[in-house]
Design a protein around this ligand. Structure first.
Ligand SMILES: Nc1ncnc2c1ncn2[C@@H]1O[C@H](COP(=O)(O)OP(=O)(O)OP(=O)(O)O)[C@@H](O)[C@H]1O
Ligand SMILES: [Mg+2]
Length: 416
C-alpha cells in the first residue's frame, strides 16, 4: 500500500497564532511591566543615595532659585539676578530705617538676605537711568568682572519693570565721610589713615591701569570710600556712570557737593581722563590728614578751601599745621605725613600731564626713595564770588598757570 506522503505540518508563526488585537494587548502589558521594573530600580537607587532630608533641601533650593538666578555669558564672570521681592524682603520694604544715604544716582538701603548676608541696595533713580534691560545687564556683567581687594564688590542686580537696582556687599564701617567729617565719633589713628590712603591708591591704580577695562571713576570722594571691619578701604560706585547716558555731569548742580574734588579741566571744559581722578585723590588725601571737608565756608576765609589753605601753609613751611589735632595728640610719623602731603600736591597740579599716574603714586607712598619732583601751586575751584549760586564755570575764578610759567626753583623747600 503505497504510503501516503508524509505531511509535514509546520507550526503556524506566532503572529499568525494570535489576532492583531491580542498581540498589541500583550505588547502593552509586557512594556508596562518592564517600565515598572525600571522605575522601581531607579527609585530604590535614588532613595539609597539621596536621603529624605537632602531631598527637602533640594526642593527648597529649587523654589528659591528665581530669587537669585545665576547666569553666564561668554568668559565673563557669572552675575546674580535678584528678584524685586527678595530685595524688598531684605530691606523690609525699603524701610526708611534702612536708608544708608541718598546720592546723585538714588537712595541706598541696608538689607539682609535670607541666607544672612548683609547687602547695600542702590535704587537707581528712574528719571536718570534710561537704559533698557539688555544694556543694563551688559553693564552689570562688565562691572562684576572688575574685582580687586580695594574695590567694593557688586554682587548682582535687579531689573523689574522700569526699576533698576544694584546689589553691593555691605561694608560694616560704612563710608569715610562719616568719620572724617565728624558725623560719628570714630577716631582713626595715623597708621589706619595711611592704610586707607595706600588702599585707595591701589584701587585706583587697578581701575586705571590693571583692570580688563579702563575705568575712570569720575567721583572719587570720601563718601565713595567704604571701610570694611578692619578699616581696609574699598572704592565704591566705580563704573556707575556707565548706567547713565552721556550727560553733562561736570556742569550739573546735582554734583555740586562733589565740585571741590573736581579737577578744573573737567569741571570747566568736561575734559575727562584718569588725571581727573588723580586730582580728586589729592583732595581726598589732604582731607584724610586734616579731617575736614575740602570746602567749608564757615571757616575764616583763608581756610575755606583746603587745597588753597594747605598750599599757603606749605609756602610758610608750616604744612604740619594741617594735621587733625586729635591725630597730633595720638602721635604720627612725620616723614610719612609729609610724604603723603607732597604726593597730594603732585596730584593737584594744574596741568593734568604733570600729575603722576597712579602706579607712580603707589610707589611714592610705599617706598622710602626720594623720587618726588617739586609741585607747583595747586589749581582749585574758587566759589567765593557767588556764594549763593550753584557753582558753574562762571564762578571759577582761579587762574590755571601754565606749567611753563611756573618756576619750580622759586618754590619753598619742603620742610624736613
Ligand atoms: N556698600 C555699602 N556698604 C555700606 N554703606 C554704603 C554702601 N554703599 C553706600 N553706602 C552708604 O550709603 C551712603 C549713600 O551712598 P551713595 O553712593 O548713594 O551717595 P554718595 O556716595 O554720597 O553720593 P554719590 O551718588 O555721588 O556716590 C554712603 O554715604 C554710604 O555711607
Ligand atoms: Mg557713592
Amino acid at each position: 500500500m503505497p504510503g501516503r506522503p508524509l505531511q509535514v505540518i509546520s507550526p503556524a508563526p506566532f503572529d499568525q497564532m494570535m489576532s492583531p488585537s491580542s498581540q498589541s494587548v500583550l505588547f502593552f502589558f509586557l512594556g508596562g511591566i518592564i517600565m515598572f521594573m525600571i522605575m522601581l530600580i531607579l527609585a530604590l537607587v535614588f532613595w539609597r543615595v539621596i536621603k529624605p532630608a537632602d531631598l527637602k533641601k533640594l526642593v527648597k533650593q529649587a523654589r528659591r532659585r528665581p530669587a537669585n538666578t545665576d547666569f553666564f555669558s561668554g568668559n565673563l564672570r557669572t552675575i546674580s539676578l535678584f528678584d524685586f521681592q527678595t530685595l524688598k524682603r531684605a530691606t523690609k520694604n525699603f524701610d526708611p530705617s534702612n536708608l544708608l544715604g541718598r546720592g546723585g544716582f538714588g537712595p541706598v538701603f541696608r538689607g539682609k538676605l535670607d541666607d544672612g548676608r548683609m547687602i547695600a541696595v542702590k535704587k537707581l533713580s528712574l528719571n536718570k537711568s534710561q537704559q533698557g534691560e539688555p544694556e543694563f545687564l551688559a553693564e552689570v556683567r562688565m562691572i562684576t568682572s572688575i574685582q580687586h581687594k580695594n574695590l567694593v564688590r557688586l554682587l548682582g542686580c535687579c531689573s523689574d519693570g522700569p526699576q533698576r537696582l544694584l546689589v553691593y556687599e555691605y561694608l560694616k564701617n560704612r563710608s569715610l565721610d562719616l568719620i572724617i567729617y565728624g558725623k560719628n565719633d570714630h577716631f582713626l589713628n595715623w597708621s589706619t589713615r595711611y592704610q586707607i590712603i595706600i588702599g585707595v591708591a591701589r584701587g585706583l591704580q587697578y581701575l586705571h591701569q590693571d583692570s580688563p577695562l579702563r575705568i575712570i571713576h569720575r567721583d572719587i570722594k570720601a563718601s565713595n570710600i567704604l571701610l570694611d571691619d578692619k578699616f581696609q578701604p574699598r572704592i565704591g560706585d566705580f563704573g556707575l556712570a556707565r548706567f547713565f547716558p552721556e550727560d553733562e555731569a561736570y556742569l550739573s548742580t546735582t554734583f555740586a557737593g562733589t565740585l571741590g574734588y573736581s579737577a578744573p579741566e573737567y569741571a570747566i571744559r568736561g575734559e575727562l581722563s584718569e588725571k581727573a581722578d588723580i586730582y580728586s585723590f589729592g583732595v581726598l588725601v589732604i582731607e584724610i590728614i586734616s579731617c575736614r571737608r575740602n570746602t567749608d565756608l564757615n571757616l575764616p576765609s583763608e581756610m575755606q578751601y583746603l587745597p588753597e589753605y594747605a598750599w599757603k601753609l606749605y609756602e610758610k613751611s608750616k604744612v604740619l599745621d594741617l594735621i587733625d589735632p586729635r591725630m597730633r595728640e595720638d602721635g604720627f610719623l612725620e616723614k610719612d605725613v609729609l610724604q603723603a602731603i607732597h604726593v597730594a600736591f603732585l596730584c593737584l597740579q594744574p596741568d593734568p600731564d604733570l600729575r603722576p599716574p597712579m602706579s607712580h603714586i603707589v610707589t611714592m607712598l610705599t617706598s622710602s626713595a626720594d623720587m618726588f619732583g617739586a609741585p607747583v601751586k595747586p589749581a582749585f575751584l574758587d566759589r567765593k564770588r557767588n556764594r549763593d549760586e550753584n557753582p558753574s564755570c562762571d564762578t571759577i575764578s582761579e587762574p590755571f598757570p601754565s606749567p611753563l610759567q611756573s618756576d619750580s626753583s622759586s618754590l619753598p623747600k619742603q620742610p624736613n
